[in-house]
Design a protein around this ligand. Structure first.
Ligand code: NI
Length: 193
């Protein structure tokens, strides 16, 4: 296990679409090591997720997890989930707006509107197929991480007029608009379906 350096905005490899993981790589020590490094690096940096390109590995692997996160105190928990070769399908036309941040864009937040519900098909690191549904802020977090696998960062998708440094975000963005889910009883979840 090791905490790896996180590439920052401007590093060219953050902009390169990642490569599919081959079936024979699933469950190998090399892939398990990558996942362990992603977990260690995400936990050390208080991230809500991390994608392999952010630590310089060009494969389609990302993780998400939310648990007592000081960077996102108003988000409910999301179980630690490893996604290999994830494919997302938008369900419905609802949206969620969230002031997103990124470990590769330290110190900035910006408002991104995304579909509020997605179906996720992926493998875990051992090769077990995953069929998940993500809703609300959890759907936003998953989409943010999968974007990294396509070389896309939240600054590409955010309303540029909402970009804020962290101190100004905390000072001027009221808690009630940091996450807005357009579903009346919008749930936040990432679970099997
Ligand atoms: Ni990110």
């Amino acid at each position: 296990m090791s905490v790896r350096d996180i590439l920052r905005l401007g590093a060219p490899s953050l902009r390169v679409p990642a490569a599919e993981v081959q079936r024979e790589e699933l469950g190998t020590p090399e892939l398990l090591q990558l996942v362990a490094d992603l977990v260690d690096t995400m936990v050390a940096a208080d991230g809500a997720g991390l994608a392999a390109p952010q630590i310089g590995d060009p494969r389609r692997v990302c993780i998400v997890e939310l648990r007592d996160n000081p960077r996102y105190p108003n988000l409910p928990p999301i179980p630690r989930t490893v996604l290999v070769n994830p494919k997302l399908t938008v369900v419905g036309d609802g949206w969620v707006e969230m002031f997103e941040g990124c470990l590769s864009v330290p110190g900035l937040r910006g408002k991104v509107r995304r579909p509020r519900r997605v179906q996720v098909r992926a493998f875990d690191e051992h090769g077990t197929p995953l069929h998940l549904v993500a809703e609300g802020a959890a759907a936003a977090v998953v989409q943010h991480e999968v974007d990294h696998l396509d070389g896309v960062l939240f600054v590409d998708r955010c309303d540029p007029r909402t970009l804020s440094f962290l101190n100004e975000y905390e000072q001027y963005v009221p808690a009630g608009v940091r996450i807005v889910d357009n579903a009346a009883q919008g749930r936040c979840r990432l679970e099997p379906c």
